[in-house]
Design a protein. Structure first.
Ligand code: NDP
Length: 501
């Protein structure tokens, strides 16, 4: 069994209380590694290491070019250890090796590469330093500079542990901050490995710290610690709300990326072959455990029957099986409790009158593991709980509509607003629809195509702030205005007369 400590101040450390916990492989239901469990004191130690690193200037005083080169080295180092990191991701979280090698590892490496390259370029130079000459209210030169915040905390979920850790760490470091990251307790290993990779690639000790520990103690310590300037969280809306409340005590900047119930709208002029497979990809990729999954498929009544038929035919092409087999398309859910949550919702869907047309049970072919069949409910009413609540499993609701206005009304009838899509052979019509959907990302004729160069985040209860691109990077800076006045005798300062006779 592999063993992992906490990664604090550039080295592996045991938890102060000596506590460890096993992490379970969801495909075998067996433990495969043990990981040190941080309590509040360990978190305070990690924050102190990050604060010391920030105060000494060992990272923030490097030029963007120097930081950028190190981040690009981190990207290469992730690729060098890709087999080991991908295997950890699969064994911790239950995703497939196929996904880990083509999404998680490259996605994480590209995040470091993207931010590393961006801060070496002119656009970043222009972003962090602007100059304006003014005559009002008094002649002055005005500098607007962006500076690092200090110590940033990341709290991440179990669905994409490595990518989520990268989305928190890479932009924070790019901006010159130090980081303490707490991964989800069920999937801590790849984030711990990433901390070691960063350090070996040249990120100074103390700049990146990763500690695994329970959300209720280690997470809350981070969310309240006075030396944390910013918290970035991805996870459930409920915990996001709590983190915002906790952060209010010290008025931290908080960005939240939360749940979703995203609409995937099929217009009557869509290419149905592609859209039907796109709808499967949009829902069943990673067993549906993706926040922006298109879990409500809204289909025009004219093409509804044909579309559902194509979806059901497509499902037969999804292979459930051994996560390490590169032909497997769907692995198990992350935990038995997550599968139970899915089963509860499938029961609710049936009780409320939705028509179960595929799945709805554990696959008989898999003796072990938290597997669940890809499940389709047809004739769903948007008021049903399966259409309103985030299930976070392989369950999709197909909802009929009769015209564009009704599709938009249904799409926006949700407390969430994270992702969504419109499928149509008329791009102008699709973009016009996209503009009317209350959501942070809309794909036209695609799904799940998150792009590191562009902002990602939610409207409504799906989040606060944005990650990725220059917009996400901006969230990791403080903004400062420096007014440089003229060096004149007192007569040159008109405002003195407001006080002095
Ligand atoms: P949570 O929101 O509970 O967990 C996400 C992260 O927050 C974990 O690191 C967790 O730690 C931590 N955390 C939990 N409670 C606190 C707290 N009080 N203070 C600070 N940190 C805390 O997600 P779950 O894993 O429980 O999943 C529940 C549901 O959330 C899912 O069914 C799904 O609907 C949604 N979800 C959404 C995700 C998204 O990407 N938007 C991702 C994952 C889940 P620990 O692991 O130790 O509990």
């Amino acid at each position: 069994m592999k063993e992992f400590g906490l990664f604090i101040d550039g080295e592996w450390q045991a938890a102060k209380g000596g506590k460890t916990a096993p992490t379970i492989n969801p495909a075998t239901e067996e433990p495969w590694a043990t990981v040190a469990v941080a309590d509040r004191e360990d978190v305070r130690k990690a924050v102190a290491a990050a604060k010391k690193a920030h105060d000494t200037g060992v990272w923030r005083n490097k030029s963007p070019q120097e930081r950028g080169e190190i981040l690009q080295r981190v990207a290469m180092a992730i690729f060098e250890r890709q087999d080991e990191v991908a295997a950890a991701e699969v064994q911790d979280g239950g995703g497939t090796m196929r996904k880990a090698m083509s999404m998680d590892v490259p996605g994480a490496a590209q995040t470091f590469m993207h931010f590393g390259q961006f801060i070496c370029g002119d656009e970043y130079k222009a972003m962090i330093y602007e100059e304006y000459d003014e005559t009002v209210p008094i002649p002055s030169k005005n500098l607007v500079v962006r500076e690092p915040i200090g110590v940033c905390a990341g709290i991440t979920p179990w669905n994409f542990p490595l990518i989520m850790a990268s989305w928190k760490i890479a932009p924070a470091l790019a901006a010159g901050n130090c980081v303490v990251l707490k991964p989800a307790s069920v999937t801590p290993v790849s984030s711990l490995m990433l901390a070691e990779i960063c350090t070996k690639a040249g990120v100074p000790a103390g700049v990146v710290n990763v500690i695994s520990g329970p959300g209720g103690t280690a997470g809350e310590e981070l969310a309240t610690h006075p030396d944390i300037g910013k918290g970035a969280f991805t996870g459930s809306t409920e915990v996001g709300r709590r983190i915002m409340q906790l952060g209010a005590g010290t008025l931290k900047k908080v960005t939240l990326e939360l749940g979703g119930k995203s609409p995937n709208i099929i217009l009557d002029d869509a290419n149905l072959d592609t859209a039907a497979l796109g709808a499967l990809f949009g829902t069943f990729m990673h067993q549906g455990q993706i926040c922006e999954s298109g879990t409500r498929v809204l289909v025009h009544e004219k093409v509804h029957d044909q579309f559902v038929e194509k979806m059901l035919a497509g499902i037969k092409r999804i292979q459930i099986g051994d996560t390490m087999d590169m032909t497997t398309g769907m692995g198990p859910l992350v935990s038995s409790s997550q599968r139970e949550a899915v089963e509860k919702y499938v029961g609710l869907g049936q009780e409320q009158g939705a028509k179960l047309v595929a799945g709805g049970k554990r696959p008989s072919s898999m003796g072990k593991g938290y597997y669940y069949e890809p499940t389709v409910f047809d004739e769903v009413d948007n008021k049903m709980r399966i259409a309103q609540e985030e299930i976070f499993g392989p369950v999709v609701s197909v909802i009929r509509y009769k015209d564009d206005d009704e599709a938009i009304r249904i799409a926006n009838d949700s407390v969430y607003g994270l992702g969504g899509a419109v499928w149509s052979s008329n791009k102008d019509r699709a973009v016009a629809m996209a503009k009317r959907i209350e959501t942070g990302t809309v794909w036209v004729n695609d799904y799940h195509m998150i792009n590191l160069r562009f902002p990602f985040g939610g409207y409504k209860q799906s989040g606060v702030g944005r990650e990725l691109g220059k917009w996400g990077l901006a969230e990791y800076h403080e903004l400062k205005h420096i007014h440089v006045g003229e060096d004149t005798p007192p007569e040159g300062k008109f405002y003195l007369q407001l006080l002095l006779n």
